[in-house]
Design a protein. Sequence first.
Length: 206
Amino acid sequence: MRDKAAWRGEILARRKAITPRQREREAEALARHATALIETPGARERQGADGRPGTAGEVTWICAYVPVGGEPGSLAMLDALRAAGARVLLPVTGEPGPLEWAEYEGPERLRRGRFGLREPEGAPIADALRLAEVILIPALAVDRSGTRLGRGAGYYDRSLNASRADARLIAVVRDDEVVAHLPRESHDHRMGWALTPFGGLRELDE
């Protein structure tokens, strides 16, 4: 069985070969899937009579991220989530440990943070993961039982301990990165769903 390092090498090599046009098509497709992420249990009931999102405290909070390198997606999905009525939180990277989160308020309010990642300018929100009904998590791959393969830094594994028990953990990968089996370790958090450009949102089996 391949170990995590072998899986990472293979997937990163495949991602490097993706053409700019294919990346663009995948990003457009992921942005179109954004509306399905708002339809968490109870989200429709929290909308007003006219179908518009409710006031602060009644909207859907979603933790997401700004894709970098070969990661699928773009800012278009974050903007689509906001347009659909969600409030979007993005990670703020510091020293190794749990991530902090601040609200995404549009591309013009992003700055360069640690490791060159784009992060919100605003102050981190205390206990942000307790707000989020949906958490979009970058991954190199996810298997059908929900084991996620990350880059190995452990930021998300350390952070997800603070998430809500009913939060939907969604790995965002390319369609061919949903695989039969990945090596699993005791600290790995199980993903409940995968979001792919052309397969959309799919629930993963226990």
